[in-house]
Design a protein. Structure first.
Length: 176
């Protein structure tokens, strides 16, 4: 499986995704061959004292693509799509994700593009323990725990840069 990342105008991800789906459907015939994802996370928010679940982007301004096809020859066309800045390139000018970026994209795609809250056990002064959910197999470092907001701040590497992202968790007491 090949994974690609496309940079686009922040806030315009849905429009670019629709244009990409139309383009790939026209170009390759079957939309099942190329899947375009806007990576999202389900977050807990408090509004007027009530806890709500909302969808928020993981990487604003980026879309991920998974396909068995090699998309190296469509870079010019994708850059011409309104709102699209084109594929992210590796240092060797290829566009297929590699290394840590590939692992991160595979993790997101393995969760169907949406990261749901993981169940964790957390005791003050001890490391957090993920017992269920998408963060069990994540290759990131937990920097901070926010029990009231039901989230953790995670650092991971993407596009040769360490990014900090707030991820949803559900606290399930202690493991005693």
């Amino acid at each position: 499986m090949n994974y690609y990342c496309i940079a686009c105008r922040t806030g315009g991800e849905a429009k670019v995704r629709a244009h990409l789906n139309k383009y790939f459907g026209r170009e390759f015939g079957d939309l099942n061959d190329v899947k375009v994802f806007y990576p999202m996370r389900k977050m807990f928010e408090r509004r007027k004292g009530k806890k709500l679940v909302t969808d928020q982007p993981i990487l604003p301004g980026y879309l991920m693509i998974s396909t068995e096809l090699d998309l190296q020859n469509v870079t010019y066309e994708v850059r011409g799509i309104p709102g699209s800045y084109g594929f992210l390139h590796n240092l060797d000018k290829t566009i297929a994700l590699k290394g840590a970026d590939l692992q991160y994209a595979a993790w997101i795609m393995g969760n169907k593009g949406t990261i749901k809250p993981s169940k964790v056990v957390f005791k003050e002064g001890e490391p957090i323990k993920v017992i269920e959910g998408p963060m069990m197999d994540m290759q990131g470092t937990i920097l901070r725990v926010d029990q009231r907001g039901s989230r953790v701040l995670v650092a991971f590497e993407f596009a040769n840069e360490v990014r900090k992202v707030s991820m949803p968790v559900e606290f399930v007491g202690s493991d005693e």
